[in-house]
Design a protein around this ligand. Sequence first.
Ligand code: COA
Length: 164
Amino acid sequence: MARTAIYPGSFDPLTNGHVSIIERGLRVFDRVIVAIAINIRKEPLFSIEERSEFIRREFGKERVEIDTFEGLLVDYAAERGVSVILRGLRAVSDFEYELQMANMNRKLDDTIDTVFMMTEERDFYVSSSLVKEVASFGGKVEGIVPAFVEQRLVEKFSDTNQEE
Ligand code: COA
């Protein structure tokens, strides 16, 4: 039976840290569903279509599926018939939040488990917000995000800076 995991997140935008977790996830699972959360708490820079395109450009269709979900992650996982959630752990500061989420998710649905992978050392300090902040001030994010994401960040912020 094919082993599938759901890798959820905002991916606004995809960083090399996410890429690494997906690549390594594919060594353990046959398929990874990258599930973009339609998150009302976060005002996104990139549309769902743009965020999906970034993931699609990085990964072929064969073993990586891109999907979106709204509402509770456990409900989405049940709907998809998947019982494993894949998450990356960066610094120790992630641990408490992740423990809370994993436990809450298990309380909501005890058939679902969360599998954690340690982020590579070079990605410890990376987050999508930091990447956006650095790019918005014209800082280089080369090597932190895929090249096409870097390009889109430059375009996005030169558009907004011109509008101002
Ligand atoms: N490398 C680099 N950056 C990483 C990373 C990695 N391996 N893993 C995470 N990050 C970054 C993300 O880009 C994100 O940056 P941002 O906050 O600046 O946007 C940050 O670290 C936090 O990541 P994450 O915790 O994955 O947040 P998220 O917003 O991407 O995803 C959901 C959170 C969607 C998984 C979670 O809110 C959820 O499940 N929501 C659905 C509702 C629900 O079920 N709630 C109950 C949960 S108990």
